[in-house]
Design a protein around this ligand. Sequence first.
Ligand code: ADP
Length: 396
Amino acid sequence: MATVKLTSVGKIYDKKVRATNDFNLDIGDGEFVVFVGPSGCGKSTTLRMIAGLEEISEGIIEIGERVVNDVLPKDRDIAMVFQNYALYPHMSVYKNMAFGLMLRKVPRTEIKERVNAAAKMLGIEDLLERKPKQLSGGQRQRVALGRAIVREPAVFLFDEPLSNLDAKLRVTTRTEIKALHQRLTTTTIYVTHDQEEAMTLGDRIVVMSAARGVGTIEQVDTPLNVYRYPANRFVGAFLGRTPMNFLEGRLIKQDDAYYFVREESKVSIRMNHEFNDRLSPYEDRSMTLGWRPDAMSETNTGIYQGHDNHLTLNTLVVEPLGREIDVSCQTDDGIRLIARIDARDDFPEGKAVQFFIDTEHVHLFEPGEFGINVIHPDGQVISNHIEDPRPQAVPA
Ligand code: ADP
């Protein structure tokens, strides 16, 4: 096993197209790190540079404290699993898994032991004599996993390994990959564009974007911290099954409290006062309020009960999810929002309904797609220091 370290790594294709810029990341021994972001943000490029399949234009990559910039892929002690499986069609499953070890002149009996052990772990013992074309997509991906496992590498690299599987198989294979990592504890770097895959698999996730023109890291943290404390609006919008709600308005101060207001929508939300210090530089400025659909409810459960933290919204469509319903609504001035609330059969569509926002779970962003989260400026302050961000009661 090994650590992986990237220092100021950048990639310029053909001396002109810059794909990534100044990528810095320390991956711990045994850690499972996921690169996630929309298509074109440089995830694969970065992974392929770590694998040695792509030249490194700038910076340093270390695997196990050894600089590998000029080390051939086969000598980097990594094993990679690709989206398209990349199996040899004319070889049996056994041979596909054994081939890399044969090239390395591993003794025959040891190859047999390793292949059989991996096949057992993956439940493909009965398929060893078959050719890849006699396998389903899910089985082929298991063989590709098996081929990586038998190598016993220091690092696993996965490039969208589940993208060719159907939705159900994707979820079960995902769980298996996680269980496999718990068992083998091999350092793993995993690329996906699917936020749910990233959330469920990663010890830490690296959220990337390309919207500024080149691949850039937007935030690195545990899945729950990235979800709860997005560093900027892009991260808030990208993670989560249902999009975050955003409303543009202004931050004003009244008495000793800050309010987010948007008069056109008749919205006035009182911000929690423990954030006053962070909010004061933004007084009277245009800001974007962000909150997840499940931070809305039909009754006021927030800490400012009795205050006006409500929105009156026109409900459009109700989507039952099971225990909850998603209600698509819009403000008087036509901004679309989604509320996720406890399911009930008689929820009215096409009516004006009052919702409350739980102000513990709102974010305030500077304007623009990458506006920083001014309440959680480094994306993890709160989670690291205070379990419950509400103000503590002072003993009498
Ligand atoms: P992702 O994996 O996040 O979808 P990629 O790493 O594949 O992103 O691509 C990052 C950027 O680099 C994109 O703009 C892409 O068009 C460009 N790119 C990728 N491969 C090449 C290549 N071989 N030659 C030129 N540009 C490339």
